[in-house]
Design a protein around this ligand. Structure first.
Ligand SMILES: NC(=O)c1ccc[n+]([C@@H]2O[C@H](COP(=O)([O-])OP(=O)(O)OC[C@H]3O[C@@H](n4cnc5c(N)ncnc54)[C@H](OP(=O)(O)O)[C@@H]3O)[C@@H](O)[C@H]2O)c1
Length: 306
């Protein structure tokens, strides 16, 4: 079995070494133009040239959870794409979103500003019941986040493409359930895959439907959010702010208005990192299973694009 690795902005050497260790009977190499034909490719944002040259791939393994960048390439027809599912990302996403929700609800930024200017001043407690948290996307990450937020006794809502049941979560689905979900949500968390149906889904119309004082947490993809609509709704007071981990252009350009908006907290796409050891173990296990013609998890449905 021959495997090629190609990972933009990833150091190939540790990935190749770890895949060799996990798959001692396989030949594993970092891809370079003109590489000999391989059976499997393990990739993160690979160049189109890899697929133009490698016509005999039996499966493509995406070294991340989101496949939007991969699916934007011209991929060989009919070749299965397998993405990472969880592998240590769900707990990271749950802790990141929990801290963003709690920091907002408990007004910790306001306290921080007061304390740094020497002000010892308390604020009245706010009723938890008036901070319903709505999770867009109830998949591997969204369901874990919903359960974690519910553990802090916030009312939790969820929205998915098809009907889902998550214990303790008021579930909505499809376009028909979207407006009812938004109207009951104060803190919205985006954990959708980026597809033609979900691009620009956080826009002036949808964000205006959130409860007054709404707060936006985007940890999915920058292209889910219409940047100028968010800023306008914060400026006019309908929204109270946002925590954004993902952006249309990364790194976020120095002249972007988000940098100058004090109600927006920015992190550099770190809410759930791809963990090397966990990811290699999952990918190697799935390559072996696929090779033995056994079923594997994480197979992407190309028609629905996630
Ligand atoms: N910021 C980071 O560090 C980071 C890290 C990892 C992942 N991510 C992002 O998180 C995303 C979610 O990952 P995941 O593993 O949880 O994905 P997943 O398991 O595939 O779950 C996706 C969820 O979104 C729902 N959905 C898809 N299209 C929809 C639509 N048009 N309307 C309503 N709901 C829709 C799905 O509905 P169904 O349940 O009906 O299928 C599912 O519940 C990834 O695609 C990636 O972009 C970000």
């Amino acid at each position: 079995m021959r495997i090629l690795f190609s990972g933009r902005s990833m150091d190939s050497e540790p990935w190749v070494a770890a895949l060799r260790e996990a798959l001692p009977d396989a030949s594993v190499e970092a891809w370079s133009p003109g590489a000999a034909p391989a059976d499997y490719a393990v990739v993160w944002m690979p160049p189109q040239q890899l697929f133009d040259e490698q016509r005999g791939l039996r499966a493509i393994f995406n070294a991340g959870a989101g496949v939007d960048a991969l699916l934007s390439l011209a991929l060989p027809e009919g070749v299965p794409i397998v993405r990472i599912t969880d592998a240590g990302m769900a707990v990271q996403m749950a802790e990141f979103v929990a801290q963003a929700v709690i920091r907002h609800y408990r007004e910790l930024d306001e306290y921080g500003r007061g304390i740094s200017s020497g002000a010892w001043r308390t604020r009245p407690p706010r009723p938890r019941a008036s901070f319903p948290v709505g999770i867009m996307g109830l998949g591997v990450l969204g369901a874990r986040v919903a359960q974690t937020i519910g553990g802090f006794d916030f009312p939790v809502l969820g929205w998915s493409r098809t009907p889902r049941t998550v214990a303790g979560v008021a579930c909505f689905s499809g376009p028909d359930g979207f407006h009812a979900f938004l109207a009951r949500t104060r803190v919205v968390v985006c954990l959708l895959p980026l597809t033609p149906d979900t691009e620009n889904i956080l826009n002036r119309d949808t964000l205006s439907r959130l409860m007054p004082g709404g707060y936006v947490i985007n940890v999915a993809r920058g292209a889910h959010l219409v940047d100028e609509d968010l800023v306008a709704l914060i400026d006019n007071g309908h929204l109270s702010g946002a925590t954004l981990d993902v952006f249309r252009t990364e790194p976020l350009p120095a002249d972007h208005p988000f940098w100058r908006c004090p109600a927006i907290t920015i992190t550099p796409h770190v809410s759930a990192r791809t963990l090397h050891a966990e990811s290699v173990a999952q990918i190697a296990g799935r390559i072996l299973a696929f090779h033995r013609r056994e079923p594997v998890g994480g197979v992407v449905d190309r028609a629905r694009r996630y």
